[in-house]
Design a protein around this ligand. Structure first.
Ligand SMILES: Cc1cc2nc3c(=O)[nH]c(=O)nc-3n(C[C@H](O)[C@H](O)[C@H](O)COP(=O)(O)OP(=O)(O)OC[C@H]3O[C@@H](n4cnc5c(N)ncnc54)[C@H](O)[C@@H]3O)c2cc1C
Length: 378
């Protein structure tokens, strides 16, 4: 693999960084403090093509690769990891409809998802099935001209705000082969939402339970074949995990830059704290971990693009490395800021809170180790 960016990738990076500097960075602290969902800023991201990054151009997307998506999500996360991750989940759900959906479901949903007039959620987790996602119980019963859906989905990013829910539901036996993927609209009768979750971070986006009570979903809203839902959900997660890793890297880069600036101007014992060897060693470790995480993530992105046999293991390695390193770098940056790092006057504490979520969602660090370990002994 070539580790230099192409001219196109440099242009994409530049575009995403300029967008972030103008639209995201100046507002992110307010969105966090006020739990404000920045729908208009997100729509402006879509105007640049960031709502359908790896969708084919024939479907309205910008037809980029996974590595390009990683560049974009890293850049946006430099301003706000929460908003970047939110856009990444929409991209994952939209890609699932585009890749596995038939003509009818694509035609019905893609145009407004590409423009982010409508935003998509990914609904896999349930109150009693998180890591053991294949144990899900929400049911879609096939009737003559529709599916009848009952059950609930927990922790759904975008719930209550987003218009479209790409849902994994049980249509068959209790195994992972009994799961199918259906697209459900926010305004279908029988769809409702739990109270918004009160979270440590990720304040710029809503999270809630989605409840289905006798929801009649047209048969054409099935994505892929019946029984293919779990495989679709997992293949979406290969790319999703790269994106979440990229969000950690962008956030960690910001925390490193903030730390470098701070230690050069903060004086103790008559000199800048940057002059202490401990400070330099901490910064050196942060930069090294960041570079290693980014490199692994780009290798994994290439493997997902190439459909390599080990793509799932590499996507899990990349997420594991980037999210754990990201949290440590953010925490070390807070430490280098001393007491000021703990205050909301500086941006670092927000990044500590936002990045922490990345070690949990789209598969916890423990599940990443399970995926990698299984691959090694298979
Ligand atoms: C902010 C946020 C947003 C989210 N957004 C979405 C979303 O949009 N869509 C969606 O579908 N889900 C979403 N999730 C859910 C997320 O994917 C789950 O929380 C996650 O998969 C873990 O499931 P759980 O919370 O039920 O924890 P559990 O599965 O109950 O795990 C609890 C602990 O046990 C460990 N554990 C579980 N099984 C094993 C094992 N076999 N070996 C070792 N350790 C194990 C876990 O690693 C964890 O440490 C979101 C979560 C959060 C926090």
């Amino acid at each position: 693999m070539d580790y230099r960016f192409t001219q196109d990738q440099i242009a994409i990076k530049d575009l995403a960084e300029r967008f972030t500097a103008a639209e995201i960075t100046p507002n992110a602290a307010t969105w966090d403090a006020e739990h404000f969902f920045p729908r208009e800023a997100i729509k402006r991201a879509a105007a640049l093509g960031f709502g359908a990054i790896y969708l084919d151009e024939s479907l309205g997307g910008i037809g980029l690769k996974r590595i390009d998506a990683a560049i974009i999500f890293e850049a946006i996360a430099y301003g706000c990891p929460s908003t970047s991750a939110f856009i990444s989940i929409h991209n994952m759900a939209t890609w699932m409809i585009a890749t596995f959906g038939g003509d009818a479901v694509r035609k019905k949903y893609l145009p407004e998802l590409v423009s982010m007039e409508n935003i998509a959620s990914y609904a896999l987790t349930e109150p009693d099935s998180g890591s053991d996602a294949a144990g899900l119980k929400a049911k879609a019963k096939r009737m003559s001209d529709h599916y009848l859906v009952n059950g609930s989905k927990a922790f759904i990013s975008g719930a209550g705000e987003n218009e479209v829910y790409v849902c994994m539901l049980r249509t068959g036996d209790k195994s992972h082969r009994g799961i199918s993927c259906l697209v459900i609209d926010k305004d279908m009768p029988g769809v409702s939402f739990g109270a918004q979750e009160r979270k440590l971070g990720w304040h710029s986006q809503p999270t809630a339970t989605v409840i289905f009570e006798d929801v009649q979903v047209p048969l054409e809203n099935l994505v892929g074949d019946e029984g293919q839902g779990f495989a679709i959900a997992m293949s979406g997660l290969d790319g999703g995990r790269l994106n979440i890793g990229a969000c950690s890297i962008g956030g960690a880069q910001r925390c490193l830059d903030e730390a470098v600036d701070y230690v050069k101007q903060r004086k103790q014992f008559g000199r800048a704290i940057a002059e202490f060897q401990n400070t330099q060693f901490m910064l050196a470790d942060m930069a090294t971990e960041l570079a290693a995480s980014r490199t692994l993530l780009h290798v994994a992105a290439q493997k997902v693009d190439d459909d390599s046999a080990d793509k799932t293991a590499f996507a899990a390695m990349a997420k594991l490395k980037a999210t754990e390193a990201g949290s440590k770098i953010a925490n070390d940056s807070l430490q280098l800021h001393g007491g000021y790092g703990y205050l909301m006057d500086y941006p670092v504490e927000r990044f500590v809170r936002d990045l922490r979520a990345h070690e949990i969602l789209e598969g916890t660090s423990q599940i990443m180790r399970m995926v990698i370990g299984r691959d090694l002994i298979s």
